[in-house]
Design a protein around this ligand. Structure first.
Ligand SMILES: [Zn+2]
Length: 91
């Protein structure tokens, strides 16, 4: 079982906590609702967004730094950040 932050128990718990919020299924970037029936890698599926990007020192597991976003809205703003994460991760 991997425990490199993004796949660990704490990360899944954070995702569950964000989804349970009143705005847990509303994209914080475009304001649109997110369809619970869609799954990653669907562009409109739910994804965990970090308000302060990890690249800029934002905490990975702090609920106050986490919000819901469409996968596409999330990756639009975090392109450079995501590339870095992928490059540093062993899949
Ligand atoms: Zn969106």
């Amino acid at each position: 079982m991997g425990n490199n932050g993004r796949t660990g128990h704490a990360y899944r718990k954070l995702i569950a906590a964000v989804k349970a919020r009143p705005d847990g299924w509303v994209c914080n970037r475009c304001g649109g609702s997110i369809d619970p029936g869609l799954r990653n890698p669907h562009p409109q599926s739910w994804s965990l967004d970090h308000l302060v990007p990890l690249d800029h020192g934002g905490p990975l597991l702090d609920p106050s730094n986490a919000a819901a976003a469409h996968l596409t809205c999330n990756s639009k703003h975090g392109n450079s950040i995501k590339k870095k994460i992928i490059a540093s991760q062993v899949w």
